[in-house]
Design a protein around this ligand. Structure first.
Ligand SMILES: NC(=O)c1ccc[n+]([C@@H]2O[C@H](COP(=O)([O-])OP(=O)(O)OC[C@H]3O[C@@H](n4cnc5c(N)ncnc54)[C@H](O)[C@@H]3O)[C@@H](O)[C@H]2O)c1
Length: 343
């Protein structure tokens, strides 16, 4: 494998995690950061020993020594133009979900990656969670037979609902259920989704953000199998960005039931009472080890570029997830099922 230089645009919550994983990896010979929050940029650059730091992402594009770029910016309206520019500058890209806000943007990014022979992958981090990979493996190796149905019910803390609601008007389908839709579609391959029905439930997020607290999404596949995803982002504050999920994957010869509710570690202090640490979706650094799937996902991208290996999450898969989430929003709005592919 050939050591590479990595750029990261946006070192907020997620970009900082990725920057620190890159900084500690032997295949990264140089790290280049871009962030418009100058104090944040300075701190993360110092902590990661970044080779360069800038507030203008075009400076990363102009550097011929940078092989790949991770786009971790918000608001999500930046994803398409930034990724387009990175691909046009000849950089491999790991883009955080969603791949775009319109299908034509996803199509253009895929076309650019193909034309320039570049790797383009999307941050569907849960595929790198060993429990989720185990469900996929049980389907692939035949342990549980042919898929019949699945349920993923996820609720995250309102710190996330407020963070997302405060910047863009995107639904729980597009911003939260997207991870679980990707995961179940991946397990169900080669089946394809043909119909989506969705309902929103309103509570505390409506007044401030005009958004639902929870969105339920039922997806029918082309062979008659069906799955349901529930995505809520209004749990009261506890441990920052707490996430609780239940997975039931039912097949003809067996089932896999996963408790990803993060209730297995309790911290109790006089100051903050009981909280459930190590309970976010991407995970966090704990001393010398990383808890959670985001480190493995970031390393997979580094190695895919350094070793010219295929990426696990293809842009075609991410586009399909996007189509399902757009159909879910249409269905909730029309109060009727929506057929795929979308017009
Ligand atoms: N894979 C996962 O598990 C996971 C979890 C949470 C969020 N995400 C995704 O990751 C992305 C980042 O989320 P976050 O929670 O880190 O957001 P954040 O708001 O904490 O960080 C985004 C950063 O981008 C910076 N930024 C904005 N415009 C910029 C520009 N022009 N140039 C450089 N920097 C710029 C902001 O200043 C901010 O620091 C989002 O798209 C989100 O959907 C993924």
């Amino acid at each position: 494998m050939k050591p590479i230089e990595m750029g990261i645009v946006g070192v907020g919550w997620i970009g900082e995690i990725r920057a620190k994983v890159c900084a500690g990896h032997p295949l990264i010979k140089g790290l280049h950061l871009c962030e418009i929050d100058k104090a944040r940029l300075e701190r993360v650059a110092k902590e990661t020993g970044a080779r360069t730091a800038t507030t203008d992402y075009r400076e990363l594009l102009a550097r011929s020594d940078i092989d790949a770029i991770i786009v971790s910016t918000t608001p999500e309206t930046t994803h398409y133009p930034f990724t387009r520019d990175c691909l046009m500058a000849g950089k491999h890209v790991l883009l955080e979900k969603p791949i775009g806000l319109e299908l034509k943007h996803a199509d253009e990014l895929m076309q650019l990656a193909r034309a320039h022979r570049l790797k383009l992958t999307i941050g569907y981090t849960q595929r790198f969670n060993p429990r989720y990979a185990y469900v996929k493996q049980c389907v692939v190796d035949g342990t549980i037979g042919q898929p019949v149905t699945a349920l993923v019910s996820r609720n995250v803390s309102r710190s996330i609902g407020n963070k997302i609601g405060g910047r863009v008007h995107l639904s729980p389908a597009v911003m939260e259920a997207t991870h679980d839709i990707d995961f179940i579609l991946w397990c169900m391959q080669p089946r394809k989704p043909i119909r989506v029905y969705s309902q929103n439930a309103y509570g505390v997020m409506k007044k401030e953000h005009g958004l639902p607290d929870t969105q339920w999404i039922m997806v029918t596949m082309d062979d008659g199998t069906a799955f349901t995803i529930g995505a809520g982002w209004a749990l009261p504050p506890g441990y920052p960005h707490f996430s609780s999920a239940t997975i039931e994957f039912i097949a003809t010869e067996g089932a896999v039931l996963v408790d990803d509710s993060h209730r297995d570690v309790i911290l109790n202090t006089m100051k903050n009472r009981m909280v459930l640490p190590l309970s976010t979706m991407p995970g966090e650094q704990v001393g010398h080890v990383y808890q959670g799937p985001m480190a493995a996902e970031t390393i997979h991208f580094i190695e895919a570029v350094a070793g010219d290996r295929p990426v696990l999450v293809t842009p075609e898969e991410a586009r399909l997830v996007m189509e399902v989430t757009l159909a879910a929003d249409l269905s909730a709005e029309r109060n009727a099922p929506v057929s795929l592919p979308l017009d």
